[in-house]
Structure formats: structure tokens, C-alpha cells
Design a protein around this ligand. Structure first.
Ligand code: SAM
Length: 377
């Protein structure tokens, strides 16, 4: 018997290794138990760090670097700490209000400082693209958006919906390139909407051109009177728990010959993943869809092209954010985070190092960004 033939049967029976979808019912249950135990251990480490345990950055990174390749390659099911990570949720997006409170409505002076705030590139909370030789974070974000323009085939005159529009960076940049493109942005974060409302009054901003419409509201309740030529959603679907509902909604907003572009944090493993730490402290009910999840949901929208963006790009982006976060301590330490600043700082340093290292491990080939071009099914 060859090793390739033997491996699937090991996957069937051993709780730790292999693809959870192939397991016998007993092995599946045992796998869920092991994933829970692994999560408890990870949380103990994270919370020890948050509560003041001194671990030098290099050691923490080495720990992540050593464990991640083993997990991605051999034990991906341990990366799904809760059963809900594996199934579609009832609502399109769960825990939206809590997510705004602990993440997106945090003091904007801190987030803007960390993400960067320039003339055309506003704070952008998604990966930059570094492979074309970008020299800094701002340029990497421009290169990333140039790629979106090309892949979504944006042309002048398009009417575009940005589903989860952040600070309006994508709209501002694309409108700076196309004088007749119109944008509608949807976002639940009141603080981010305040930033955009301010820019809509600023004559130097393309958001003030009369071509940008802002909707402050929840993805779950989104409704529009018009249909769009193009829809894009960048870094938002980690908050979407139900792809079926999401694509049904998006297809109802899209013109019959329209195109949709979804950019997600993804892993090339058989199951979706999450982490107890990010669920509790950073992105409640945040999940990272496996690379095939989107093309596997082709009921209302179907994927006609997809691209995998190597995780080294996000790794470099996280490193830039961490550097900017560290550099701004004097300025941001007096802001109100709803908790002791020292604890807040530790939570965020752990987050930036943990995700930043995970996404760069295995040469960025397992964990990166997925991009999908979709049309009506
Ligand atoms: C990671 S950020 C990405 C923002 C932007 N697309 C970018 O690339 O900079 C995710 C965005 O989705 C928004 N968002 C998350 N859940 C939402 C919900 N339920 N309804 C509306 N917006 C939501 C957040 O407020 C945030 O602006």
C-alpha cells in the first residue's frame, strides 16, 4: 500500500490530523474535543500575556512561527475552536453591535494613526499589496487598489457599492482615478461614518464631489433603491457568517450584467478557521473562510475568477501597523478605551503579532487573501 492511499484512513480515525470533513462520527467528536482543548491552551497563553506576563516579541513570534506550519499542514481542524465556525450562522452577520463597540468604534485617533491617513489614501483596514515593489504602507495600499480596479474591470461612469466601506478610502482612491464613477458606501461604524461625513465637507476630498453617498447601517438590514454596475467588499466577509444570505442580498443589488468583487482573509485548508482570542477581544464571531467556501456557494452569485494573494503581503501590512501603533503610544495613551490602557495595549500587540505571524507562515502559501470575481448565477 502506498502512503498516499494510507493517509485518508488516518484522517478518518485520528482526531488531530487531517481533514475534518473526512472523519468518522466518533473521530469528528474527538476532533471537536481536541480543538476545544487546544483553544483553552491558546487562550491561557494569550491571557497571561494580556495580564502582564513578559514575553519578548521574538520569542512570541518564534512560538507562532513554529506552531503555525504544523497546524496549517497537518491539523487544520484545531484552528476551528467553535462549532459555529464550521457552519453558516442564522443571521448574515452576528454580533454586529458588539463588534462596533470593541473594534470599529474605538478612538479613531488611535486607529487612524495605526492604519495611516494621507491625502488620497485614508485609513484602510485591509492588506496592502507589496509584491510590485511598494516602498511603504501608503504605496502598498495604492497598488492593492490598482489591482482591484483591474480585476473588477472598473470603467469610468460605473455606479459602485462598497459593502462595508471603512473610512471611504476605496471610494476616494477610485474616484480620484475616474471622474465619473459614483460610489455608495455602507458601514455600521458611527465613528468611521463621522470621518467620512467630515471628508464630505472637505473640498480636497473626492468624497465631497457629490459622487459619494453614505449609508450608516447594518449589512443585515441593507436595502437600496437603485442597482449597481459593480459591488465590492474588501475585508468585510470575516464578519459575514452566512454566505448564502449575503450573496442573495448582493445579487438583488446588482444589475443583470453587473460584477461583484469580494476580498477576504482566507486559509487554504479544508475548514474555516477562527481563534478564541480574536473572537473574545478583537472580532466577535469573526471567522476566516477557507479558500473554497465562496465558489462553493454559487446559488445567487457564481465565481467566474479567483486569485490567491500570498500572505506575505498581509504579513508586511501587519508589521507596518504594529510599528505605527508602537510609534504612536505617547499620543494615543490618554484616549478612552473602556479599560486600562496598559491592558488595551497588550491586547492589541498580541493581536497584531499573532495574526501578522500566522499570515506570513508557510511562506504565505496557506494563509493569505482570497479575491473572487462574481456575476449573477
Ligand atoms: C476590516 S474593515 C474593512 C474596511 C474597508 N473595506 C477597508 O478595506 O478599509 C471592515 C468594515 O466592515 C464594517 N462592518 C463590519 N460589520 C458590519 C455590519 N454588520 N454592518 C455594516 N458594516 C460592517 C466595519 O465597520 C468596517 O468598516
Amino acid at each position: 500500500m502506498t502512503t498516499t492511499r494510507a493517509f485518508p484512513s488516518i484522517q478518518n480515525h485520528l482526531p488531530i490530523v487531517g481533514d475534518m470533513n473526512l472523519k468518522t462520527p466518533l473521530a469528528y467528536k474527538a476532533t471537536r474535543f481536541m480543538a476545544g482543548a487546544f483553544n483553552v491552551t491558546q487562550m491561557a497563553l494569550a491571557e497571561a500575556y494580556i495580564n502582564g506576563l513578559e514575553i519578548p516579541d521574538d520569542i512570541l513570534r518564534s512560538l507562532f512561527n513554529a506552531s503555525m506550519p504544523v497546524l496549517f499542514k497537518h491539523c487544520p481542524s484545531l484552528l476551528a475552536p467553535y462549532e459555529w465556525v464550521l457552519q453558516e450562522s442564522d443571521r448574515l452577520a452576528e454580533s454586529s453591535r458588539e463588534l462596533m463597540k470593541i473594534q470599529y468604534d474605538l478612538p479613531q485617533a488611535m486607529l487612524n494613526q495605526m492604519l495611516g491617513d494621507w491625502k488620497v489614501i485614508y485609513p484602510k483596514y485591509s492588506t496592502g499589496f507589496w509584491e510590485n515593489g511598494a516602498v511603504d504602507l501608503e504605496e502598498s495600499q495604492m497598488h492593492m487598489l490598482d489591482q482591484v480596479i483591474e480585476r473588477l474591470e472598473i470603467v469610468d461612469g460605473d455606479n459602485i457599492l462598497d459593502f462595508g466601506c471603512g473610512w471611504g478610502c476605496v471610494a476616494n482612491y477610485i474616484m480620484s482615478k475616474f471622474p465619473n464613477v459614483r460610489f455608495t458606501g455602507l458601514n455600521l461604524s458611527h465613528q468611521q461614518c463621522e470621518y467620512m461625513r467630515h471628508k464630505m465637507q472637505d473640498p480636497e476630498s473626492y468624497l465631497s464631489s457629490g459622487r459619494f453617498t453614505l449609508h450608516e447601517g447594518d449589512l443585515n438590514e441593507a436595502q437600496f433603491d437603485e442597482k449597481f454596475d459593480k459591488i465590492l467588499s474588501i475585508g468585510v466577509f470575516c464578519h459575514v457568517g452566512n454566505l448564502t444570505n449575503a450573496f442573495q442580498k448582493l445579487s438583488s443589488f446588482l444589475k443583470h450584467d453587473g460584477k461583484t468583487f469580494i476580498h477576504i482573509f482566507t486559509a487554504r485548508i479544508p475548514n474555516n478557521m477562527s481563534s478564541g482570542f480574536t473572537h473574545k477581544y478583537i472580532f466577535p464571531h469573526g471567522r476566516y473562510w477557507n479558500y473554497d467556501a465562496i465558489p462553493n456557494h454559487n446559488r445567487d452569485l457564481k465565481t467566474i475568477n479567483r486569485w490567491y494573494m500570498n500572505g506575505k503581503n498581509y504579513h508586511k501590512t501587519f508589521a507596518a501597523w504594529l510599528q505605527r501603533f508602537d510609534d504612536s503610544q505617547e499620543m494615543v495613551k490618554s484616549l478612552d478605551y473602556g479599560m486600562d490602557y496598559a491592558k488595551f495595549r497588550r491586547i492589541w500587540r498580541f493581536y497584531l503579532m499573532y495574526l501578522g505571524t500566522a499570515i506570513g507562515s508557510c511562506d504565505g502559501e496557506y494563509n493569505g487573501n482570497g479575491q473572487y470575481l462574481m456575476v449573477h448565477a
